[in-house]
Design a protein around this ligand. Structure first.
Ligand SMILES: [Zn+2]
Length: 74
């Protein structure tokens, strides 16, 4: 009876450790996963430069030539 209790305790501690390790790994992966960018993508009509700007702007100035461009909509 004593040996069975020790084996059960050992088994439960091992399973608990593996469970905690799995939860910790899942938490780390979630925290370091790349977040989806909320920026809009712009392509300059004049020089063809592709760049990003904030999602809430209707027109964005091209960093290459200064022309105002509409965001690309998918
Ligand atoms: Zn441009």
């Amino acid at each position: 009876m004593q040996v069975e209790a020790i084996m059960l305790l050992y088994l439960l501690l091992t399973l608990g450790g593996v469970t905690l390790l799995a939860l910790y790994t899942a938490h780390r992966q979630r925290r370091f996963a790349p977040t989806q960018s909320e920026d809009s993508i712009f392509r300059c009509v004049d020089c063809g430069a592709v760049y990003t700007d904030d999602a809430d702007v209707d027109l964005s100035r091209c960093p290459q030539c200064g022309r105002m461009n509409d965001p690309i909509r998918f």
